[in-house]
Ligand binder design. Sequence first.
Ligand SMILES: NC(=O)c1ccc[n+]([C@@H]2O[C@H](COP(=O)([O-])OP(=O)(O)OC[C@H]3O[C@@H](n4cnc5c(N)ncnc54)[C@H](OP(=O)(O)O)[C@@H]3O)[C@@H](O)[C@H]2O)c1
Length: 223
Amino acid sequence: MSDRPVALVTGASSGIGAAIARSLAPTHDLLLGGRDETALSLLAAELPGATAWPFDLTDVASADLGAASRLDVLVHSAGIALLGPLAEASRDDWRRTFDVNLFAVAELTNLLLPRLREAGGHVVLINSGAGRNANPGWGVYAASKFALRAYADALRGDEPSLRVTSVYPGRTATPMQEDVRRQEGGDYDPAKYIDPASVGRAVASAVLATPDAHITEVVVRTR
Ligand SMILES: NC(=O)c1ccc[n+]([C@@H]2O[C@H](COP(=O)([O-])OP(=O)(O)OC[C@H]3O[C@@H](n4cnc5c(N)ncnc54)[C@H](OP(=O)(O)O)[C@@H]3O)[C@@H](O)[C@H]2O)c1
């Protein structure tokens, strides 16, 4: 690694996380988090200063934290979305969703806090429009994202040396959105949704803001 700042992006094997990695690559060395080792290696080969860092967020303790000897930016993009009415949500649906969308975020942040504090670093949390409005059929996912919003706000207060940014994208053209449309029983036309690169650019603008500016929330909607 060089003397450039270092960013860890979870969910970098796909969609918004991969786009964020591409947006940060010109200014940051990158650790690319995810489970799909092939996708991570392909992206690492494309981006100078990027290293694949495969691990499962449901087993954060298994991650080799030595890879992040310095950390300036931690972007939590990994997430899952299981749709359906609350009456049909099982304990396993709740547990799987909260494991990835919230508990892993809290656990990984805590493990990396010493390095982030040392750097006066930045934590970016990819939330969702569903973290601001809970619509029918979206209860479990929305609850996890409302909780993620609370987590971000509390972290900002607890850790005054850090910058903490919540990003709320609307529907974005990624494999998750394709799966969401399948769960909704509708067609998937990526042209109708936000380009993940646009979310990547929004994240980069928050990360690259001058030190006097703390961009706490970014909302990205479809036009
Ligand atoms: N797409 C949208 O419309 C939309 C809108 C608003 C907010 N969001 C949010 O944006 C974020 C990224 O979503 P996306 O659309 O880019 O989804 P995506 O294309 O499905 O990517 C999800 C990412 O999460 C990772 N992930 C999931 N479970 C994991 C686990 N157990 N351990 C490690 N990594 C795991 C996946 O890695 P592997 O595949 O390698 O396991 C993948 O890289 C999510 O937090 C989502 O809630 C998405």
